[in-house]
Design a protein around this ligand. Structure first.
Ligand code: HEM
Length: 144
């Protein structure tokens, strides 16, 4: 949190409120938001129906079979999130989401779902979250 507050302070300088461009400068704060969505996905599971017969990890899934994907489990898969670098998938470490982190599967993290039925409000929700974080920092200034 301290690092994020510092980042916001650096971007704002002596201005009292952020503008639209400022939102995109929040590299570390965005990594923190992603981290929070990875560890505590608000939507705990996604549902899909098999479009054809397929085999997943040796299990045969038949056409039309309903599948429930537990996002919280997927988001803590050591193969995707430990990667031999970060040690513990349960530790809050925003560095996993910074530029330069090792590549991982595009669907290793799906707090907003994926594909054609993915969340249409994702960009709005993320913008709102970033604006909210700026708001906290602004209030902190008012209180000191
Ligand atoms: C942190 C905030 C939010 C989270 C975590 C979230 C997450 C999700 C998830 C997981 C799905 C299912 C996607 C799938 O099955 O692949 C979904 C669907 C959807 N979301 Fe969100 N959502 C958020 C905010 C919003 C907002 C702000 C809006 C609207 C302004 C919105 C509108 C929708 C709609 C309409 C769908 C259904 C899409 C469809 O079935 O085609 N969501 N959301």
């Amino acid at each position: 949190m301290a690092k994020s507050v510092k980042e916001i302070g650096n971007i704002l300088g002596d201005r009292s409120s952020p503008n639209y461009e400022d939102i995109f400068e929040l590299t570390y704060t965005i990594a923190c938001l992603k981290k929070a969505l990875r560890m505590n996905p608000p939507v705990q599971s996604l549902r899909r129906e098999c479009a054809h017969n397929t085999i997943v990890f040796g299990n045969t899934l038949l056409f039309k079979k309903k599948i429930e994907l537990l996002t919280a489990g997927l988001h803590r898969d050591p193969e995707q999130w430990d990667q031999g670098i970060y040690v513990d998938v349960n530790v809050f470490n925003p560095d996993r989401h910074l530029l330069g982190a090792p590549p991982r599967h595009p669907n290793a993290m799906v707090p907003f779902g994926f594909g054609v039925r993915g969340c249409i409000g994702m960009q709005f929700a993320l913008l709102e979250a970033k604006t909210f974080v700026y708001g906290i920092e602004f209030l902190r200034h008012l209180n000191t």
